[in-house]
Design a protein around this ligand. Structure first.
Ligand SMILES: Cc1cc2nc3c(=O)[nH]c(=O)nc-3n(C[C@H](O)[C@H](O)[C@H](O)COP(=O)(O)O)c2cc1C
Length: 190
C-alpha cells in the first residue's frame, strides 16, 4: 500500500472566541481525499513562546525543547496549508512566529495559503507569499480566498452556516488537494 501524503494544516489564529477553529475543520473536510492525511496543527495548542533561540534557525542548532518538538512535528509533513485571518492587512504574529522558529524544515515543501477576511484577505496573502518565498517553500498556484462578511455570523460572532458561507469557494479548496497530489505523487497520476 502506498503511504499517504501528509499535509499539515497550520491554524494561525489563537484569540479566545476565534472563528479559526470552525474554518479549519471545514477546510480539513473539503481537502479530504484518499491519498492524503491531513492534520490540523493548532498554534493555540502548540503554544510557542516568542522566538527565543540564541542561534539563527538556518543553522538548525536548536536549544529549546519546544523548538525541537516543533521541528520534529514540521519534518513529518510533506506539504502545508497556512490558514489564518487577515489582521490589519497582514498575517497574525502567532503565524509568523511559528514560521520563524525553523528554516530547513520548510524548504521546498509545497504550501497553499488560505486567508480569511473581508475581500478574502488578499493583502494578508500577498504579505505571506513573500515570507514563504523567503523560506524557499514552493508557493502553490491555488490559494483560495475565504471571504467573510457580517451576514454570515450570529450575535456571538460565530458562523450561522459555514457550508452556505463558503459554498462558492469549496471547489477551489478541493483543487488544492489535487495540486498536492500532482506535486507530491505525480507517478499515481499517469
Ligand atoms: C487584530 C485584528 C485585525 C483585523 N484586521 C482585519 C483586516 O485587516 N481585514 C479584514 O478583513 N478583517 C480584519 N479583522 C477582522 C477579522 O477578519 C475577524 O475578526 C475574524 O474573526 C478574525 O479571525 P479569528 O476569529 O480566527 O481571530 C481583524 C480582526 C482582528 C482581531
Amino acid at each position: 500500500m502506498t503511504e499517504k501524503i501528509k499535509i499539515g494544516l497550520i491554524l494561525g489564529s489563537n484569540r479566545p472566541g476565534r472563528i479559526g477553529g470552525t474554518i479549519a475543520q471545514w477546510v480539513k473536510k473539503e481537502l479530504a481525499q484518499e491519498a492524503l492525511t491531513i492534520d490540523i496543527l493548532d498554534l493555540a495548542e502548540i503554544r510557542l513562546p516568542f522566538l527565543d533561540e540564541p542561534e539563527i534557525p538556518a543553522k538548525g542548532r536548536y536549544q529549546q525543547e519546544h523548538t525541537k518538538r516543533w521541528s520534529e512535528t514540521v519534518r513529518r509533513y510533506d506539504g502545508f496549508v497556512l490558514l489564518f485571518p487577515q489582521y490589519n492587512w497582514g498575517y497574525p504574529a502567532v503565524m509568523k512566529n511559528a514560521l520563524d522558529y525553523l528554516y530547513s524544515e520548510w524548504q521546498h515543501k509545497p504550501v497553499s495559503i488560505m486567508v480569511y477576511g473581508g475581500h478574502g484577505g488578499f493583502q494578508g496573502l500577498i504579505a505571506m507569499k513573500l515570507v514563504t518565498q523567503g523560506l524557499n517553500m514552493y508557493n502553490m498556484s491555488v490559494n483560495p480566498p475565504l471571504n467573510i462578511s457580517k451576514e454570515m455570523f450570529d450575535a456571538a460572532d460565530q458562523f450561522i452556516d459555514i457550508e452556505a458561507a463558503f459554498e462558492r469557494i469549496a471547489p477551489q479548496v478541493r483543487l488544492v488537494s489535487e495540486e498536492f497530489c500532482q506535486l507530491l505523487r505525480p507517478e499515481d497520476r499517469g
